[in-house]
Design a protein around this ligand. Structure first.
Ligand SMILES: Cc1cc2nc3c(=O)[nH]c(=O)nc-3n(C[C@H](O)[C@H](O)[C@H](O)COP(=O)(O)OP(=O)(O)OC[C@H]3O[C@@H](n4cnc5c(N)ncnc54)[C@H](O)[C@@H]3O)c2cc1C
Length: 305
């Protein structure tokens, strides 16, 4: 039944008619619930609300797998303006982006050009830019780009996925760069050739990676809604004298709001991932596919709790 529901929402996520309808509706349904707004400007008031509650933010302009140079360049321009606005508005926010949104599927040089402009701006404004990790065919290219940028820039970080067999070796590989790393379970549908098919193995590997990265002395963002992972991190940090300022928790906007605030109260750094943009419909359906119970907060207005 669970698999059926998941497949149903994934099917809906790819429906062009519903996607267009959602874009035309202006995102009012989702704004302030699962996305900030349909553009960065309209997301600012929600980011401020989060900041006021002690929550840090990272923003992400929705829409990956860009297949035209013009759109990739527009994305770059928009990202530069977002970074400048974060600084100007004095927001406690970073930026997350995907290499495919800057043209990875078109031309690697285009991504390098676009990212160089973005990271020059990030460095000047001291705003961290995290390169989200995408699916397996883009993983090596993403890591190679990260390492290339990290040679020159401080304000760049990336993500590693616990469901991939390769990640332990990748963690060792990037460790010398003293990276700020976000560790996640992994969001894409990958084959058993590349990824652990069983949740319990993903969870075990996740804990191993968190422990390793913390012991390496590198800053670690644990991006998970899973209590078991959060408790593991807290206990591991305590036992190994890892200071609270060497790690942070991250969750998606609108998910587990009470837990987010509870973690802040306990003295942990908590960052909320706030997506924005017209392409909110597919994002929403993918969240429902992950956890159909998420639909409840939309209808019950649970987000205000
Ligand atoms: C900030 C952030 C950034 C991310 N970046 C990337 C990325 O770059 N690349 C990538 O591949 N993936 C990324 N992800 C997605 C990630 O890989 C997972 O797919 C996603 O977070 C679901 O896994 P989970 O660890 O939250 O726990 P799950 O395994 O989905 O859930 C475990 C348990 O947590 C509890 N739980 C989960 N959600 C809720 C909820 N809403 N309310 C109450 N309880 C809940 C339930 O008990 C559930 O059984 C990101 C996730 C976050 C939060």
């Amino acid at each position: 039944m669970e698999a059926l529901t998941r497949d149903f929402f994934l099917f809906l996520s790819k429906n062009n008619f519903l996607n267009k309808l959602a874009q035309n509706s202006g995102g009012n349904f989702a704004a302030g619930k699962i996305i900030g707004g349909t553009n960065f400007q309209s997301s600012i008031r929600f980011i401020r609300e989060l900041n006021k509650q002690g929550l840090s933010v990272t923003v992400d302009h929705l829409g990956e797998f860009v297949d035209s140079k013009e759109v990739a360049n527009e994305r770059t321009e928009e990202c530069i303006q977002t970074i400048e606005m974060i600084k100007k508005e004095n927001l406690d926010s970073q930026v997350s982006l995907k290499m495919t949104s800057l043209g990875l599927d078109i031309d690697r040089d285009l991504v390098v050009q676009n990212m160089t402009r973005i990271l020059d701006t990030a460095e000047k404004n001291q705003v961290m830019v995290t390169i989200d990790m995408e699916d397996v065919p883009r993983c090596q290219a993403t890591l190679d780009l990260f390492k290339q940028f990290k040679e020159k820039y401080h304000y760049v970080s990336t993500v590693l996925q616990a469901y991939l067999y390769r990640t332990e070796a990748d963690l060792a590989d990037v460790s010398d760069y003293n990276p700020f790393l976000r560790l996640v379970k992994g969001a894409y549908k990958e084959s058993p050739e590349h990824a652990y098919p069983e949740k319990k193995d993903v969870d075990e590997n996740y804990k191993k990676l968190i422990a390793q990265n913390l012991l390496n002395g590198n800053y670690t963002a644990i991006a998970s809604h899973d209590d078991q992972i959060i408790e593991f991190t807290k206990e591991f940090a305590k036992k190994n004298n890892i200071p609270n300022d060497q790690f942070e928790f991250q969750m998606l906007y609108g998910m587990r709001n009470k837990t987010q605030l509870e973690l802040v109260k306990q003295g942990y750094k908590m960052r909320v991932y706030v997506p924005y943009g017209l392409d909110w419909y597919g994002y929403f359906m993918r969240r429902l596919a992950e956890r159909p119970a998420n639909i409840a907060f939309v209808f019950k207005g649970m987000v205000k709790k």
